[in-house]
Write a protein that binds this ligand. Structure first.
Ligand code: TK8
Length: 356
C-alpha cells in the first residue's frame, strides 16, 4: 500500500507538473535539445499559426490597408491555419524596437522604412540617397528586380525574412515657421529625421539642424516645438494630422522611401512549406494593392493639406535643382559606405529603367 501510495503521490506530482508545463509556465523537464535546423518535427497540418503584425502609422494609412489585404488573403488561403492580428500606431513599439522583436521571435511581422534597416545592413542606405529615383515606377521596378532582391536575401543572416517592398513614397518637407523655397530658407530649422546617417547628413548640407527621432515621438515633438519640422510622404502628413501642428509643406520629393515587409526568421522556419508560400504570395499580392492605394491617396490628399489650412509649395524646376545640387555631396560621401560597385549597379539600372 505504502509503496503504491508513494507511486500514486509521485504520479500525482508529475501530472501536476505536466499540467503546469502544458500551460507553458513551468518546465522541470529539461527542454528537449533544439532540433538541428531542418530536422524539426513538421508542424501538424492542423496546427494554427498567429502572426502579430505591427506598424508605426495609423489604421487610415495605405500601409495598414496593405496589411488588411494580406490578412484577408493569408487567412482565406490557409483556411484559417494562419491568423493575422494587426497593430497600428506604434502599439508594439517603434520601427527599430519591432525589428528587434522579430529577431528575438517575440513578434512575427513589421514593415519599417528602409532608413532604420541601415543599422543592420549599410547597403540599404542606397534608398536614402537624395533624388535617386526619377519616378515611383522606376523605383518599384528596381526594388522588385534582382538588385532589390539581393538586399532582401541578405536579411536572413540577421534573423529576418524580407518578404517584399511596399511603398512609403516620396518624402516632402513640412514646418511650422516659414515657407521654404530654397536651401537658404532651411537655415537653422530644427528638422526631425529618421534614425539614419544619410538623412542627418543631407539636412546638415541644406543648413538645417536635424534631430533623429522615432516616428512615435514626432507629433508631440512638433506640438511642443522641440522640432520645427519633419519630412514624410503626403499620406503620412495628411492621415497623421500633421496639419494640426505644421503650417507649410514644400513638395521637395527629396527621397523615395520604400517600406520593407519583414517576418521573423524564427517564426518563418516553424511554418510548414505550404504556409510559407501562402505568406510570401500574400505579401506580393498586398504589395501591388498597397502601392495602388498609396499613389491614389498621394494625389487625393495633396488637396486635403490645403483644405486643412497648410500652404503647399510646388517648387519650380530651378528651385528643385538648387536642392539637388546642395545634396550632391551627400551622395558622393556615402557611395563608399554603401559599396561603390553596388551604387554604380543601381545607378546604371535606374538609367536603363528610366530609358524604357
Ligand atoms: C512609421 C515610419 C514612418 C517613416 C518615418 O513607423 O519614420 O518618418 O516615414 O513611415 O516608418
Amino acid at each position: 500500500m505504502k509503496k503504491s501510495k508513494i507511486i500514486v503521490a509521485l504520479s500525482l506530482v508529475s501530472m501536476m507538473v505536466l499540467s503546469a508545463c502544458s500551460a507553458g509556465e513551468v518546465s522541470t523537464t529539461p527542454d528537449p535539445a533544439p532540433a538541428t535546423p531542418g530536422t524539426e518535427e513538421p508542424a501538424a497540418s492542423d496546427e494554427k499559426f498567429v502572426i502579430r503584425a505591427g506598424i508605426g502609422l495609423n489604421d487610415q494609412h495605405p500601409q495598414y490597408k496593405g496589411l488588411e489585404v494580406m490578412k484577408e488573403y493569408v487567412e482565406r488561403v490557409s483556411e484559417g491555419r494562419i491568423e493575422m492580428q494587426l497593430f497600428h500606431s506604434s502599439q508594439l513599439g517603434d520601427d527599430i524596437q519591432m525589428m528587434e522583436a522579430l529577431q528575438m521571435g517575440s513578434q512575427e511581422v513589421t514593415a519599417p522604412s528602409t532608413a532604420p534597416i541601415t543599422s543592420i545592413d549599410k547597403r540599404f542606405m542606397i534608398f536614402d540617397l537624395p533624388f535617386l529615383f526619377p519616378t515611383e515606377e522606376v523605383a518599384s521596378d528596381l526594388l522588385d528586380g534582382e538588385l532589390g532582391q539581393e538586399l532582401l536575401d541578405g536579411l536572413d543572416a540577421h534573423g529576418l525574412i524580407g518578404l517584399a517592398y511596399w511603398e512609403n513614397g516620396y518624402r516632402h518637407l513640412t514646418n511650422s515657421v516659414k515657407e521654404v523655397r530654397t536651401p537658404a530658407d532651411m537655415e537653422g530649422l530644427k528638422i526631425r529625421t529618421m534614425e539614419n546617417e544619410v538623412h542627418l547628413d543631407f539636412f546638415r548640407a541644406l543648413g538645417a539642424n536635424p534631430t533623429p527621432m522615432p516616428f512615435g515621438e514626432l507629433f508631440t515633438a512638433m506640438q511642443t516645438g522641440v522640432v520645427d519640422g519633419q519630412e514624410n510622404p503626403v499620406p503620412t502628413i495628411a492621415l497623421q494630422n500633421f496639419a494640426e501642428v505644421q503650417d507649410y509643406t514644400t513638395l521637395t520629393g527629396h527621397v523615395y522611401s520604400p517600406f520593407v515587409l519583414l517576418m521573423s526568421k524564427i517564426f518563418w522556419d516553424k511554418l510548414p512549406e505550404d504556409l510559407q508560400t501562402v505568406v510570401s504570395d500574400g505579401a506580393i499580392i498586398a504589395r501591388d494593392e498597397q502601392r495602388i492605394i498609396n499613389r491614389e491617396y498621394t494625389e487625393e490628399l495633396k488637396g486635403d493639406l490645403r483644405d486643412a489650412g497648410m500652404t503647399v509649395t510646388e517648387l519650380t524646376p530651378d528651385e528643385l535643382k538648387a536642392f539637388q545640387d546642395a545634396t550632391k555631396p551627400t551622395v558622393e560621401k556615402f557611395k563608399g559606405e554603401i559599396g561603390k560597385d553596388y551604387v554604380d549597379e543601381v545607378l546604371a539600372e535606374i538609367e536603363r529603367l528610366n530609358g524604357k
